[in-house]
Design a protein around this ligand. Structure first.
Ligand code: ARG
Length: 298
């Protein structure tokens, strides 16, 4: 049983992309159905409410311009990974999303990122879908593979970001259920341990290969186990600041378990973005600053 602990929030910087061009015109995951219409106005209102919820809790949100012809660009988590003030942009598995890689790279290279002290390292050479598959928890990078991001991309990211030098180890996790094609649909980072609590995650065991399940059991004995129903509303696709957990308002028992573990739960309605196979975390890329002064070491 997860103990009810005191949880501590740390202010975060996020990057989000408005769903102005969001649509479901191709199907690259089992949630996408091109015959179901998307209400763009509603998507924008829902996305804005999420952004407002972050800002109301003291977090900073940068916005990258959405581009016509890139309907999935709203899922900013996939745009890359930023650790220690260094950014690697994604290289997408499907041609439909390929141009998002350079678009996010351009943002990392631009003035807004520089103002945040972020140095752009360029695009990944290997297939890598950013924080969709690469989730940092304390001194561990949980790295999904099986559908999108490859093992080679984990190694490339570790090398180029200098993770070992920063004391961060990589733990590969194999995904096996096509509905949970990105790690962030199968596992939620709830507490990264920064506030002094043991790191805490929630996950759906069935989304992982047996060996990876065993790794998770060993690493996180106190983890919250999600039900199939809560995973199927993408309830694991959360953002946590260590104290407040933002997740879909469709989650049931999972939201109760998270609250019982001492978190404030903010339920958000992202029903339009769900049509593309994404929820809260998918729409949110975390921009982790480097140590002061590190931004000049390009
Ligand atoms: N339609 C997008 C895709 O299939 C959804 C991406 C969701 N993002 C995420 N971080 N899981 O690529």
């Amino acid at each position: 049983m997860t103990q009810n602990r005191e949880r501590h929030a740390a202010p975060r910087h996020f990057l989000m992309c408005p769903p102005e061009h969001f649509d479901v015109v191709y199907a690259i995951n089992p949630w996408m159905d091109t015959t179901v219409p998307v209400d763009t106005g509603r998507a924008i209102r829902q996305w804005t409410a999420l952004k407002d919820a972050y800002e109301a809790r003291g977090h900073t949100v940068d916005v990258i311009d959405s581009e016509p012809g890139l309907p999935d660009m709203v899922y900013a988590a996939n745009g890359g990974i930023v650790v220690g003030g260094q950014a690697i942009a994604a290289r997408f598995a499907y041609p439909e999303r390929a141009k998002e890689g350079p678009a996010y790279d351009a943002w990392f290279t631009g003035p807004a990122a520089r103002a945040r002290g972020i140095a752009a390292l360029g695009q990944s050479g290997e297939t890598q879908e950013g924080e969709g598959d690469l989730l940092l928890i304390g001194s561990t990078l949980l790295a999904g593979h099986g559908f999108r991001t490859t093992r080679a991309a984990h190694e490339e990211a570790a090398r180029r970001l200098g993770l070992a030098e920063q004391g961060i180890g990589v733990v590969p996790l194999e995904l096996v259920d096509p509905r949970y094609y990105h790690l962030d649909t199968a596992l939620a980072v709830l507490d990264d341990g920064a506030g002094g609590n043991p790191p805490l995650v929630a996950y759906l065991p069935g989304a992982f290969a047996p060996e990876s399940r065993a790794v998770l059991e060993r690493m996180f004995p106190g983890a919250i186990i999600a039900s199939d129903d809560d995973a199927a509303v993408l309830g694991l696709n959360v953002v946590s600041d260590g104290r407040t957990v933002f997740l879909t308002d469709r989650a049931g028992k999972l939201a109760e378990d998270i609250a019982a573990a001492g978190f404030d739960v903010v339920g958000v309605d992202l029903s339009e973005l769900f049509k593309g196979g994404g929820s809260v975390k998918c729409c949110t890329l975390e921009l982790r600053p480097g140590a002061v002064g590190q931004e000049t070491s390009r």
